[in-house]
Write a protein that binds this ligand. Structure first.
Ligand code: CA
Length: 390
């Protein structure tokens, strides 16, 4: 008996299981890669054993538990370890950094700061195999499929060109990889071979990675020899203009009552915007065109602030003068490890002490906060660290 059309439809729908749809989609990616000139052996190895990776899908849809306060973000990214490591790298790579400055005109401290924040100076570059992570986003994700497909093809073409080994395509769930965490399309467009071996290898070559970062900033409008940011104070209860894009001269800011953080006057024709990330009572920052170049690296003002400030600290400038307006400051990585040790000592199992505040540590912090009668936030701050130490 012939199935009626409705039955046929049901059979077809049942046949299109998620697993089969994923395989069909991956087969399409393989065809696409070969059509773009990626050798068959590379295509075969790139997609061998590919499965949808639930961790990638979780990351791609994760909502932050809460908005990280700016002081937590900076305490973590611009801590003593990262400053000291940066100063050591400044000495260790002095000649390389001088050549990069001469070639691209970009300040060495900013290049080092990006390296330090993106991968802890090459120590942590991510462990997701990029072809599989991006296949998951194209074939099992729900948004930006064309973007992820483009990044996947760009990654495989980098291998086909001999820039990077297939097995070195390991990085973030979203495809950023290498010492300074380029996404494949940026890598293809902006990476440079600076050690002269004919390959642009941002995974294994520090010269290539740092020079490519300088090239990125130069192409984003870096102005040689100009400042990126200065810490300032605004008048109490300041309600005037602010914003990164609304740049006016330092003379104008001076007329609006803005002074350097140490109280010294500012002035001149240089154009800057005003950032008050924690309101007028916290630290203020005048940010210049070079800050915008840093911003273009990872579109977040908090990120650009961290890079700009870390660059200043590596260069030997002091910590921020104005304290953040909070009675519960953020913690460095060393203090985060101490917090985890104290949680363990208090009988709260948070797993391994690694300084990373994931869901398990946050749950432990909430448990400790409840125990001490503190507001339950799950946030790694000074208050709960001190309470556990007391
Ligand atoms: Ca090279």
């Amino acid at each position: 008996m012939r199935p009626r059309p409705a039955h046929l439809l049901a059979v077809l729908l049942m046949g299109a299981s998620p697993a089969a749809a994923f395989e069909t989609c991956v087969a399409g990616l393989e065809r696409d890669a070969r059509a773009r000139g990626v050798p068959a052996a590379v295509v075969e190895a790139a997609f061998a054993g590919v499965e949808r990776d639930e961790r990638v899908l979780q990351f791609s849809t994760a909502q932050p538990e809460f908005v990280t306060p700016i002081w937590d973000y900076l305490a973590f990214l611009v801590d003593d370890e990262r400053i000291e490591d940066g100063r050591r790298m400044l000495t260790e790579h002095r000649d390389l950094l001088a050549r990069i400055e001469a070639s691209f005109g970009v300040d060495r401290h900013v290049v080092l700061a990006i390296w330090g924040v993106e991968s802890d100076y090459g120590r942590i570059t991510g462990s997701f195999f990029i072809p599989h992570a991006l296949s998951t986003l194209v074939c099992a994700g729900t948004r930006r499929q064309d973007f992820w497909r483009g990044e996947l093809m760009a990654a495989l073409q980098l291998v086909a060109r001999g820039d990077v080994a297939l097995d070195d395509l390991r990085g973030s769930w979203a495809g950023a990889f290498g010492q300074t965490q380029f996404i494949p399309s940026s890598y293809a467009r902006l990476a440079v071979d600076f050690d002269g071996d004919g390959r642009r290898d941002l995974v294994r070559s520090i010269p290539d990675a740092l020079a490519s970062t300088a090239n990125y900033l130069q192409r984003a409008g870096w102005q040689t020899g100009r400042p990126w940011m200065i810490e300032v104070k605004v008048p109490a209860n300041y309600t005037g203009p602010q914003g990164r894009r609304d740049k006016v001269s330092l003379d104008t800011w001076s007329r609006r009552g803005v002074v350097r953080a140490d109280g010294a006057a500012i002035g001149g024709a240089a154009q800057a915007g005003l950032l008050l990330p924690a309101g007028p009572s916290g630290p203020g920052f005048l940010v210049f065109a070079n800050f915008d170049a840093i911003f273009s690296y990872n579109h977040a003002e908090s990120y650009a602030l961290a890079i700009a400030h870390l660059a200043d600290r590596i260069a030997g400038y002091p910590a921020l003068r104005t304290p953040w307006p909070t009675d519960d400051p953020g913690l460095s990585r060393a203090e985060r490890r101490l917090l985890q040790e104290r949680l363990l000592a208090a009988g709260i199992d948070i797993g391994t002490v690694d300084g990373r505040i994931g869901p398990v540590t946050r749950a432990g912090i909430r448990e400790a906060e409840a125990r001490f009668g503190l507001p339950v936030t799950g946030r790694p701050g000074r208050r709960i660290l001190d309470a556990l130490g007391g």
